[in-house]
Write a protein that binds this ligand. Structure first.
Ligand SMILES: Nc1ncnc2c1ncn2[C@@H]1O[C@H](COP(=O)(O)OP(=O)(O)OP(=O)(O)O)[C@@H](O)[C@H]1O
Ligand SMILES: [Mg+2]
Length: 303
């Protein structure tokens, strides 16, 4: 499912002294099959944007938009489509949309609540698909726990609260992917994990991307994570999109990113430090690409 947003605006608490315009004329297309990154400093609108993708935040109704236009506001048509779902249409079936577009919030383990892991994972599925037999539910739960790297027999009857932090997060992700969404959106999926936990989590996301969910969208503050994993990334700043580029192009804009309060990956810093010493490494900013670039120089050839 292709994601198309055009001229998306969003204001929290409109018509009040606390009004905050969180999205300003955001246009972005994410192709089916991408592993897409969303970056930007705190408060730049990342979460607000992704919460639109499964209809959690809604567009202003067509009637309101017409009224605003009639009052003289020059508003280009807002478009928000995920596959065939038209989110500008109030009649869109949000339940079906949410089955197809899975959303994993920041620290999703805080939302675990059931007595057992299996019940927790089953909850999402039963919510979306009525009339499944116990056996069908158990099979789906087993598959979801296995794809997130947990041993079904070992954890199914455990209390989610007795698991480690990393395991809890996996259970929470299993509870979202159990409906087999085509698009999986994760807000800061690796936040708060240690380096090994982060690496394992990214491996899990790639496994899901290869086997279950055609498109993966992650919000991240970690530029190394973006450089290593994403096909493209969008940079948000003050509710606007500044760049949409593949990491190998994006992270050559070091100065511009720093001006937006963002860092660059370690590989980009190493390339810059080498460049300052007269050594130009051709690099896509993955670790592997950096190593290839350095080796190519040693051999005196082109990378
Ligand atoms: N529920 C809310 N009510 C009012 N204002 C909000 C609400 N949620 C977010 N905002 C404001 O909207 C703007 C964008 O917030 P958003 O949460 O989308 O940013 P973010 O890029 O996800 O930030 P972070 O990196 O801190 O998660 C900010 O100015 C924020 O203060
Ligand atoms: Mg956020």
């Amino acid at each position: 499912m292709r994601i198309v947003a055009e001229h998306l605006n969003y204001t929290y608490n409109p018509h009040s002294p606390f009004a905050t315009q969180a999205l300003k004329d955001v246009s972005l297309t994410i192709e089916e099959g991408e592993f897409f990154g969303i970056i930007g400093h705190t408060g730049s609108g990342k979460s607000t944007f992704v919460q639109h993708l499964n209809g959690l935040l809604r567009l202003p109704s067509a009637r309101k938009r017409r009224k605003k236009k009639a009052r003289g506001g020059k508003l280009p048509e807002t478009v928000l489509r995920v596959g065939d779902f038209d989110l500008a249409d109030k009649k869109t079936d949000l339940r079906l949309l949410r089955k197809k577009v899975g959303m994993v919030f920041q620290y999703p383990e805080y939302q675990l609540f059931a007595e057992t892991v299996a019940e927790d994972v089953a909850f999402g599925l039963k919510n979306f698909e009525k009339g499944l037999t116990d056996e069908q539910v158990a099979l789906a739960v087993k598959a979801a726990l296995e794809i997130v790297g947990l041993d079904y027999e070992a954890v199914k009857d455990a209390s989610p609260f007795d698991l480690s932090g990393g395991q809890k997060r996996r259970v929470a992700i299993a509870g979202v992917v159990v409906t087999r969404p085509e698009v999986l959106v994760l807000d800061e999926p690796a936040a708060g994990l240690d380096p090994l936990g982060k690496r394992e989590l990214m491996e899990l996301l790639h496994r899901l991307h290869e086997q279950w969910c055609k498109t993966v969208v992650i919000v991240s503050h970690d530029m190394d994570e973006i450089a290593e994993n994403c096909t493209r990334a969008a940079v948000f700043s003050e509710g606007e999109i500044k760049y949409v580029l593949p990491p190998r192009e994006l992270f050559s804009h070091t100065e511009e990113l720093r001006a937006l309060g963002l860092d660059v990956p370690l590989t980009a810093k190493l390339c810059l430090a080498l460049k300052a010493r007269g050594v130009d490494v051709a690099c896509d900013y993955t670790t592997e690409g950096f190593v290839r670039g350095v080796l190519a120089l040693r051999k005196g050839g082109k990378p």
